[in-house]
Design a protein around this ligand. Structure first.
Ligand SMILES: Cc1cc2nc3c(=O)[nH]c(=O)nc-3n(C[C@H](O)[C@H](O)[C@H](O)COP(=O)(O)OP(=O)(O)OC[C@H]3O[C@@H](n4cnc5c(N)ncnc54)[C@H](O)[C@@H]3O)c2cc1C
Length: 487
């Protein structure tokens, strides 16, 4: 057994681990990164990037099909699924290569291959051949898909999101379980690429939405395109030859049906990769789910005796917000604090922002309605909103579906948060997140420039409605008179 002493040991070379390495390396030479799987990050290999590549292909097919609505006929849409999947993997591999290239700046001696687990609070066993003693340790082990036991009868026809991107061709049919962001993004994309699909949720929730008005609108909209039951009543899941037979009560008709699918895709959440770390030997305080307790501004874990530990955590492993920019930010904070340990500084945490690349897109910014109510009381907040159905630019693009709901604090007029469902709301969500970072009030946001005709004018309508609810502005008048058609 070899032994080695280092300043900082980082477990996991994903997005969080890589940004932690970059930060910690500013303080010491001996900063090692340990990776058990294939390097290249979840985001590039099986997460953000391949999913967006699949969605882009589906959007292209949908746009061609929709062209008739503009008076443009292009004949029958023929989807070459082998070519679609080949492009997904080709571009995905290029993204992975770019990550691997950026990793070349890490000295080979500081990049260790093997599974790490704790031997004691300062010692990691890496594989079976190395004992690594580190002054500080960062857990950046990410997460993996998890599926309930009830799916086991599907056998090798049970797949997770990682496996989808390895398909050479697309199946004829698919049952998607899970109405979260991953299930909705992949489900809608595969449906648009010609896969017969039913999407079953469990709790009634839909993507990132918590505002009932936006959630209900989105459910109705998706259901017009593919079968979606966010609170499905499923009896049995059984293997039937090369297929999976699912018996369920059909939404709408109420009939009990048994339907066969080529695969069952479990998009039922992810669990942090903490269970193989032997965390009990690290002397950390853990919550009921086995996740270390930590300070979200320093990313420093808490010891079992309540003192601050020399162990830090970052990314999906922390189970806070499983998003790329969060993993990046948490990794940076953990890396700086592990590097300068025992000195520590509070890192900057940015405004909550999440986006689902469905069509229409889904986005949330800042506080949810419930969080705002809890913080300021029901009387303390104002709500406003606007529909995309009559929004000028959205009508022009034939994408006039969607709803925005915005929240602000009474008295101060401070903008607090929003839920958006509509065309290209990824951009509106960024504007709102930036406004929130600047602590802008609703009146000031209305003073910003708005070009015509753009989707941002829809946001202005929602802000005006919110301003009226704040009793800080006049009721909305005839918009066309004031702003131009559709404004
Ligand atoms: C289908 C899908 C789509 C997504 N789309 C988006 C999106 O559009 N936008 C967005 O912001 N986020 C998206 N995400 C989420 C985003 O990909 C993750 O939040 C992010 O990649 C997490 O980074 P990480 O560094 O925490 O984990 P990872 O990148 O998973 O890195 C963890 C690493 O640790 C290694 N490891 C684990 N245990 C050990 C051990 N004991 N020893 C050594 N190494 C170990 C693993 O092999 C892994 O390489 C998506 C995720 C999925 C699955």
């Amino acid at each position: 057994m070899q032994e080695r002493n280092v300043e900082v040991a980082i477990i996991g070379a994903g997005t969080a681990g890589l940004s932690a390495w970059q930060a910690a390396r500013q303080y010491h030479d001996e900063v090692v990164l340990i990776e058990d799987g294939k390097p290249g990050t979840t985001c590039a290999r099986v997460g953000c990037m391949p999913s967006k590549l699949l969605i882009a292909a589906a959007e292209s097919a949908h746009q061609v099909e929709d062209a008739a609505g503009f008076g443009i006929r292009v004949g029958r849409v023929d989807i070459d699924d082998r070519a679609v999947m080949a492009r997904v993997r080709r571009e995905r591999d290029a993204f992975v290569d770019s990550v691997l290239k950026s990793m070349q700046q890490i000295e080979p001696a500081n990049l260790l291959a093997g599974r790490a687990r704790f031997e004691d609070a300062h010692t990691l066993r890496v594989g079976e051949e190395l004992l690594l003693r580190a002054r500080t340790i960062i857990i950046a082990t990410g997460s993996r898909p998890q599926a309930p036991r009830a799916f086991a009868p599907a056998g090798d026809r049970l797949i997770d999101s990682d496996a989808v991107f390895e398909w050479q061709t697309l199946p004829d049919s698919l049952a998607v379980f899970g109405a979260g962001i991953v299930g909705l993004e992949l489900g809608q994309a595969l449906s648009r690429l010609g896969v017969r699909l039913r999407l079953f949720g469990k709790s009634g929730s839909l993507g990132p939405f918590q505002d009932p008005a936006v959630r209900d609108y989105a459910e109705h909209t998706f259901n017009a395109a593919f079968y979606l039951d966010p609170a499905a009543d499923v009896d049995t899941i059984e293997r039937d030859g090369e297929q999976v037979a699912i018996t369920f009560r059909e939404r709408g008709s109420g009939k009990r049906l048994t339907e066969r699918f080529d695969y069952l895709l479990a998009a039922t959440g992810r669990r942090p990769n903490l269970d193989t770390l032997a965390l009990e030997k690290a002397g950390l305080a853990l919550n009921d789910e086995g996740v270390p307790l930590y300070n979200r501004f320093t990313m420093q874990c808490q010891r079992a005796d309540g003192e601050a530990s020399h162990v830090f955590i970052a990314g999906d492993a922390s189970q806070e917000l499983p998003l790329l920019h969060e993993a990046n930010q948490q990794g940076r904070i953990a890396g700086h604090n592990a590097g300068r340990y025992p000195e520590r500084r509070a890192g900057r945490r940015s405004t909550p922002l999440s986006i689902a690349f469905t069509d229409p897109q889904m986005a949330t910014v800042g506080l949810s309605l419930e969080e705002a109510r809890q913080r300021f009381g029901c009387e303390g907040i104002a709500e406003g909103g606007a529909s995309f159905e009559d929004q000028g630019r959205a009508v022009v693009m034939r994408q006039n579906r969607g709803l925005m709901r915005l929240y602000a604090e009474h008295g101060s007029g401070q903008f607090l948060g929003a839920e958006l469902f509509g065309p290209r709301v990824e951009h509106l969500a960024h504007l709102l997140a930036w406004a929130l970072e600047q602590k802008m009030g609703v009146e000031r946001m209305l003073e910003m420039p708005y070009y015509h005709p753009v989707l941002e004018e829809g946001l202005r309508s929602a802000l005006r409605d919110l301003n009226r609810a704040l009793l800080q502005g006049p009721a909305m008048g005839e918009r066309c008179l004031e702003y131009g058609p559709g404004g």
